[in-house]
Design a protein around this ligand. Structure first.
Ligand code: G3P
Length: 498
């Protein structure tokens, strides 16, 4: 059978997914998604079992292959995309993790971050890594593991432990322990990688006491970098695409020109704007990240990460029990004309861009005797749109670019109520593509480009098709006034858990 299928592995925060794209038709031939168990050992802490991740990812691959009705021989290449920043430390001899994976949302290294700030490293870290000091990024999580797992630092110094983001963990396992690699985009999320020199930064490694020998080799986001071990999938299949999930979705949305921007509504919201070949240093609390690096040519993006978006809808369902399915939030929100003055700030794990407050916590404001569950549901959905406006306002200031459209994807982009409200609050058009598995698609494009299935970005651009554009309504003043009150609500949620 002709090798025409591209297998994309999309290992996310709440699920592990495998998607098989038919490169001839551009359609999805097979897909399998497995939910991932979350561990919350203490308030504000989040962990995953790294062995579960690999096991689930393998089951997802097998499920997708079965659904597509193909065999591994017809898979041309594999693209890997992953939840970013989440970090695993494992023993290179046994392949066993020394601790559960510490998830990007986890706040346990806040105090380490505080000490870096007190040591006056804020500007240095920003100029070297493009990042603000926050527990979100991987570096302080690795330090935490080395500080808290007995004997870990000594083993790491002896070269016995490896550290990596989830892409590295999957590739290590898929190659039977032969390759310890990551790509430019994932490296740029660690707070250990110099995004100007394109090297792990010895000074920052020294500050955090992380031995360089733990870290993966950094490779191109597109191009063959490894082969799966025969024992794993019965075949040596090239792995030819690696990117953090938000970078993959920027690629899948064909945001190739300077000023092209996308927002993925997943667990959080991740807004990235392509800024081309030169990094734009943010003066408005955004971060500078490597969009992708292809054949050592690196492109940069400005990013604003909102920590809780889809997670807030899950909270309505799982913790408050006021909706039974995520879709119900859309229906219930429309049953009231507005929130009745209620604001929900879903700062469950602190606030990300542009506030960066590790100690903010979730807040509900404006309750009256007449407030009902629909107001709370609607206010929760609206909070997602306000948080995105916070980020886009900062992006406009940093880049000097006035956006006229925002491409959207991710599970929550299915909400018609939210997408229309987003267009109204931003006063720009919000565009949703036909294929909403944009992260997996971007990963497939990177992998396919790496083996010559697609030959150029222009060809990929042709494959992007619009499903629906949401246009802003006339009442800009009204939405601006709602947004102003949101800013007040955010202030009330900040610095709560100190
Ligand atoms: O930075 C974290 C992000 O990559 C997680 O994305 O889609 O798994 O929530 P997602």
């Amino acid at each position: 059978m002709q090798k025409r299928y591209v297998l994309a592995l999309d290992q996310g925060t709440t699920s592990s997914r495998a998607v098989i794209f038919d490169s001839l038709s551009g359609n999805i031939a097979g897909i399998k998604n497995l939910p991932l168990q979350q561990f919350y050992p203490r308030p504000g802490w989040v962990e995953h079992d790294a062995d579960d991740i690999f096991r689930d990812q393998m089951s997802a691959i097998n499920g997708a292959i079965k659904m597509a009705g193909i065999n591994t021989e017809s898979i041309a290449c594999i693209g890997i995309t992953n939840q970013r920043e989440t970090v695993v430390v494992w023993d290179r001899n046994t392949g066993k993790p020394v601790h559960r994976a510490i998830v990007w949302q986890c706040r346990r290294s806040s105090e380490i971050c505080d000490s870096l700030k007190t040591a006056g490293l804020r500007d240095k870290i920003k100029s070297k890594t493009g990042l603000v000091i926050d527990a979100y990024f991987s570096g302080t999580k690795i330090k935490w593991i080395l500080d808290h797992v007995e004997g870990a630092r000594e083993k790491a110094q002896r070269g016995e432990l490896l550290a990596g983001t989830i892409d590295s963990w999957l590739i290590w396992n898929l190659t039977g322990g032969r390759k310890h690699i990551t790509d430019y985009s994932n490296a740029s999320r660690t707070m250990l990688y110099n995004i100007n020199d394109l090297k792990w930064d010895d000074e920052l490694l020294g500050e955090l006491g992380i031995p360089a020998c733990m870290l993966p080799e950094v490779v191109s986001s597109s191009g063959v970098c490894a082969y799966t071990h025969e024992k794993i999938l019965g075949e040596r299949i090239p792995i030819s695409g690696i990117a953090g999930d938000q970078h993959a979705s920027l690629f899948g949305q064909a945001c190739f020109k300077r000023g092209d921007a996308k927002n993925t509504y997943g667990t959080g919201c991740f807004i990235l704007m392509n800024t081309g070949k030169t990094p734009v240093v943010s003066k408005n609390n955004l971060i500078t990240t490597i969009a992708w690096g292809i054949d050592s040519e690196v492109e940069y993006a400005l990013e604003g990460s909102v920590f809780n978006a889809g997670a807030a809808i899950q909270w309505l369902k799982d913790e408050l029990g006021i909706i039974k399915t995520a879709h119900e939030s859309d229906i219930e929100a429309k049953k009231v004309p507005d929130t009745g003055g209620v604001y929900v700030v879903p700062a469950f794990t602190g606030l990300g861009a542009p506030y960066w407050d590790m100690y903010a916590r979730g807040t509900i404001l404006g309750l009256t005797r007449g407030t009902n569950k629909r107001h709370i549901i609607r206010a929760t959905l609206e909070s997602i749109a306000y948080q995105c406006r916070d980020v886009l306002e900062a992006m406009k200031l940093d880049s000097g670019i006035e956006l006229n459209a925002l491409k959207v994807d991710g599970g929550v982009s299915a909400s018609n109520f939210l997408m229309q409200f987003q267009a109204d609050v931003l006063n720009i058009s919000v565009q949703r593509p036909v294929i909403r598995e944009t992260t997996a698609l971007g990963s497939a494009f990177l992998a396919g480009l790496g083996v010559g299935i697609w030959t150029s970005k222009e060809e990929i651009e042709q494959a992007w098709n619009l499903d629906k554009a949401y246009m802003p309504g006339e009442n800009k003043k009204y939405y601006d006034s709602l947004y102003l009150r949101w800013k007040k609500a955010v202030e009330k949620s900040m610095k709560w858990d100190i």
